[in-house]
Write a protein that binds this ligand. Structure first.
Ligand SMILES: [Zn+2]
Ligand SMILES: [Zn+2]
Length: 344
């Protein structure tokens, strides 16, 4: 089969590799219908994480079950499924507590177990991890919405839930990538009254508005903080959602969060530290981390299929699978928000 191979930083290629096989009776093999590049794949592209050279990559895909291990009973061959980027077991102590990302038996797809940017992938604990799309394979136009559910939409939703967004809130969303835009959608779903999107990019501002943002702040740093404070009579946002993972975004989140609130954070942190003094003096908490997106997939899938949310709108670059690696460059140059391919 063909799969994207990470050769070394700034060098990925579509390569012929061995097909995956069932290893455990709890496994499934998925024929990938659609896959995409994640913002967090760019850390690998740039050599800013520990990914080994010559490894399969990709953790966002949807497709059809073509082989199923004997220990599964819920998922069947022929089911069209959403694969979560993090595969958990469902039965360990951490899974039982809902902290799926700390699963004692789990793995991120494409980190040595399976890979999303491939024609076939192995999925572990299939019965627990796969969300079946009712009605089978949907139209290709729906694939971006379903791909969003594998990671970014669930991650944005988890950010909003972690920051305790509730009806009537004013929410500040820091970050205008796919996760930030998902956090806008999530805030609206949770009943936020005012959603302030921090973005300097006109196309992303327009998408944020389409998704429910009521205000846009296009300035940066203290000027942006001042604008948010003006909107909230100097009190700050009821919830601040940090969807980037870099120091300046975290700083802004804490500066605009009202005393007593919780900052939600879901961006993979790179060189970020928490401002303990502000957290102490203003009683601000921090919650989030690696998102247990699977917990939200059924709810979000229902919303997608009912036409209530349309996160696929931020997939702005469709490439033939042969050229999916070009999507890395486009996203790294910020000329695309999210690149995807219909594989088959
Ligand atoms: Zn991802
Ligand atoms: Zn577990």
């Amino acid at each position: 089969m063909r799969a994207v191979l990470f050769n070394k930083p700034f060098d990925l290629s579509l390569t012929e590799v061995d097909e995956p096989t069932l290893v455990e009776p709890t496994d499934a093999i998925i024929k990938v219908t659609a896959t995409c590049v994640c913002g967090s794949d760019l850390w690998s592209l740039r050599g800013e994480n520990t990914r080994g050279h010559g490894t399969l990559i990709g953790h966002e895909c949807v497709g059809e079950v073509v082989e199923i291990g004997a220990a599964n009973s819920r998922v069947k061959v022929g089911d069209f499924v959403v694969v979560p980027f993090f595969m958990s077991c469902g039965f360990c102590a951490n899974c039982q507590a809902g902290v799926l990302g700390a699963c004692l038996n789990g793995a991120i797809l494409g980190s040595g177990v399976g890979a999303g940017q491939a024609e076939l992938t192995r999925v572990i604990f299939a019965d627990h991890n796969l969300t079946v799309v009712p009605g089978g394979r949907p139209a290709d136009s729906v694939m971006p919405d379903l791909l969003a559910l594998t990671d970014v939409m669930g991650t944005g939703y988890f950010c909003a839930v972690s920051a305790k967004v509730k009806a009537g809130d004013t929410v500040a969303v820091i970050g205008d990538g796919a996760v930030g835009l998902s956090a806008v959608i999530a805030s609206k779903m949770l009943g936020a009254e005012r959603i302030v999107a921090f973005s300097r990019n006109p196309e992303r501002q327009a998408l944020a508005r389409e998704f429910g943002a009521t205000h846009i702040i296009a300035s940066r740093g203290d000027e942006a903080v001042g604008e948010l404070m003006d909107l909230t009579n100097g009190v700050g946002a009821d919830a601040a959602l940090e969807c980037v993972g870099l120091g300046p975004a975290m700083e802004t989140a804490f500066k605009v969060a009202r005393p007593g609130s919780t900052v939600g954070f879901v961006g993979v942190p790179h060189g970020v530290s928490a401002p303990m003094e502000i957290m102490f003096r203003r009683n601000i908490g921090l919650a989030g981390g690696l998102a247990p997106t699977l917990l939200f997939t059924p709810l979000l899938l229902d919303a997608v299929l009912a036409g209530q949310i349309n996160p696929g709108r931020y997939f702005d670059l469709q490439l033939p699978f042969e050229n999916l690696v070009d999507g890395y460059t486009a996203m790294n140059d910020r000329t695309a928000i999210k690149a995807y391919s219909i594989v088959d």
